[in-house]
Design a protein. Structure first.
Length: 405
């Protein structure tokens, strides 16, 4: 059984057009710095690159996590479309490499006209007792070590899982050696993921932008945001490939399952959002509340409330009903909404601290986002086209073909 994907000219041209828009936007943004002497413009230029590189790295890494989690659970339902998360996960290195360049440029080279790093203030802060008290962890050495280690390991496992899946196609029928090897490696990856995405990486990359503030829920919060976005990304590719006549084993039941994850983790994200907000609001400790005061009552308040409406109210109203999770148009619409909503979530996590009241979402923010989206479409579609979309020699392929939600 073979199911090869041939990249349509429209998809290829769309991805290239989006990449071109991103490149032009980046060049125009860099050129505007030559005529502007404002520190906020320079800060904004790098912050937007930082936000998008982190966001796209984390949502593509989610596909590696999903493969590992389902492999350990010995779940058969994902086998019918497993080549999608494999193709996404195999390209973590692309966005990871961009993220490394941007992260290092910001942490080690960026300063304003006064010699202060307005994004990662802990890199240039002197005489700040709070930041100095965190210096055992919050320092350039730890930042570089965890960044390189996390992205290196995420990229390795993303490529490794896909390679092993393709090797299974050529293995003797019913051979289980690779299956159990993937099973064992999945446990190793989940440990790596727990020590990076679920703890250290969000602290270093995002929370340290507001270095005086901290939350013990923050890593879980960023994981939930990335996970539901990653699931929505998989849904978009499922619908697209089904409309192209591919993924013959995928049924409405599989679509329904992915839709349930989109719904469930929207609620999980809301639970973490409320838990973090409510505890800080109730305790009313000044060094904690300043984080939310800036976002809820300042110029970012529209994003603060839009974040809640887009990422909670819309999913719970639209995706709760069973038929909505089985309708192609509805799940496609909600997948796009969720990805944009959580991109907005990462925006409000990262922008207010360095930019204060000087915030924008206009041509530069949208153009850079479009460039990253185009790159994602381009690399994933090329990876999908290189092999069959059906893991025909997977020992669970029969189970997935009769899957019922």
């Amino acid at each position: 059984m073979n199911d090869r994907f041939v990249i349509p000219a429209r998809l290829r041209n769309t991805s290239l057009a989006l990449i071109l828009i991103g490149v032009i936007t980046l060049i125009a943004g860099a050129a505007s710095l030559l005529t502007s002497h404002a520190d906020t413009d320079k800060t904004r230029f790098w912050l937007v690159l930082l936000q998008d590189s982190i966001f796209f790295t984390l949502i593509t890494t989610v596909s590696v996590f999903i493969q590992a989690a389902v492999s350990l659970a010995q779940g058969a339902w994902i086998v019918s479309f497993r080549r999608i998360p494999e193709a996404i996960g195999a390209n973590v290195w692309v966005f990871g490499l961009i993220a490394v360049i941007v992260l290092f440029a910001v942490a080690f080279g960026f300063t304003d006209s006064h010699g202060i790093n307005t994004i990662y203030q802990w890199t240039t802060a002197k005489g700040d007792k709070i930041i100095e008290g965190k210096s055992a962890f919050l320092n350039k050495g730890m930042f570089a070590f965890f960044t390189l280690t996390a992205i290196g390991l995420w990229s390795f496992f993303g490529i490794k899982f896909r390679t092993m899946s393709l090797n299974q196609d050529n293995a003797p029928k019913n051979d289980t050696k690779l299956y159990w090897k993937v099973f064992r490696l999945s446990g190793v990856f989940l440990l790596v993921y727990a020590l990076t995405q679920m703890s250290t990486i969000p602290w270093l990359w995002i929370m340290s932008i507001d270095a005086h503030w901290f939350s013990t829920l923050f890593s879980w919060y960023t994981f939930a945001s990335a996970f539901v976005s990653g699931m929505s990304l998989i849904m978009l590719w499922m619908v697209y490939l089904k409309n192209q006549g591919n993924l013959v084993l995928v049924t409405t039941e599989h679509m329904h399952d992915v839709g349930k994850f989109m719904f469930a983790f929207s609620i999980f994200w809301t639970y973490l959002w409320f838990s973090q907000y409510m505890l800080i609001w109730y305790a009313n400790v000044p060094e904690e509340t300043t984080y939310f005061v800036m976002r809820q009552h300042g110029p970012y308040s529209i994003i603060f409330y839009a974040n809640f409406i887009i990422n909670f109210v819309m999913p719970i109203l639209i995706l709760m009903a069973r038929p909505s999770k089985r309708n192609y148009f509805t799940v496609t619409f909600m997948a796009l909404v969720i990805i944009f909503g959580h991109w907005l979530d990462y925006y409000q996590m990262m922008m207010p601290g360095p930019l204060k009241a000087n915030w924008h979402i206009n041509w530069y923010e949208i153009g850079v986002f479009m460039g990253f989206a185009g790159l994602l479409i381009f690399v994933v579609s090329r990876t999908l086209a290189k092999s069959s979309l059906i893991a025909h020699n997977n020992i669970l392929v029969k189970e997935t073909s009769i899957h019922i939600a």
